[in-house]
Design a protein around this ligand. Structure first.
Ligand code: GAR
Length: 197
């Protein structure tokens, strides 16, 4: 099997990253995780990645003249690793239009809401405040817009009486881990593709 080479971009805990690493350990999974890039050295997920024996890199905005230059440094590392696909997993910095055009159709993001509902931050608190009966998560191809781009897959959970942002987040996160591995597999196999605007 020709497994796609995948890099994961993180900013923090890295539980979605860990779920993708675990899924890719199956011999019939169509992707292998090559390396992990963080935009902050304190991301806990970096330790997990190192413990898994993966290549890691920290590429900070403040070490570059501007966002375009930081994005170019990420691109250079992805090319060095000969990456086919990129998974944003709690990567909390918006990638610019040059990066998104260069990698169009090859970058996925996971977002903790049923897009187009609740893009941005604090999705669980906002879903509770809106009184929705269902909430969930979305995997989508990345564009320069925040939490935009064609949807690859979604998973739904019920909102239960007495839910807090924390209980709802935990229910959604369990689905995120399943959904991301499933969507990456579909894209890696070529079952779902996005080739143009
Ligand atoms: C996840 O819930 C992910 O969906 C969210 O950040 C969390 C990262 O957790 N991403 C976004 O909000 C992107 N807009 P993790 O580091 O444990 O995977």
């Amino acid at each position: 099997m020709n497994r796609k080479r995948v890099a994961i971009l993180i900013s923090g805990r890295g539980s979605n990253m860990a779920a993708l690493i675990a899924a890719a350990k199956a011999s019939d999974y169509p992707a292998e995780i090559i390396g992990v890039i963080s935009n902050t050295p304190s991301a806990a997920g970096l330790e997990t990645a190192r413990a898994e024996g993966l290549a890691t890199a920290v590429i900070r905005l403040k070490d570059h003249s501007d966002k375009t230059a930081a994005d170019a440094a990420i691109s250079a590392r992805l090319r060095e690793w000969q990456v086919d696909l990129v998974c944003l997993a709690g990567f909390m910095r918006l990638l610019g239009p040059e990066f998104c055009t260069a990698w169009q159709g090859r970058v996925l993001n996971i977002h903790p809401a049923l897009l187009p509902e609740f893009p941005g931050l604090d999705t669980h608190a906002r879903a509770l405040a809106a009184g929705v009966a269902e909430h969930g998560c979305t995997v989508h191809f990345v564009t320069a817009g925040m939490d935009e781009g064609p949807i690859v897959g979604q998973a739904r959970v019920p909102v239960l009486a007495g839910d807090t942002p924390e209980t709802l987040a935990a229910r959604v996160l369990a689905e995120e881990h399943r959904l991301y591995a499933d969507c990456l597999a579909k894209v890696a196999r070529g079952e779902i593709a996005w080739t143009g605007q």
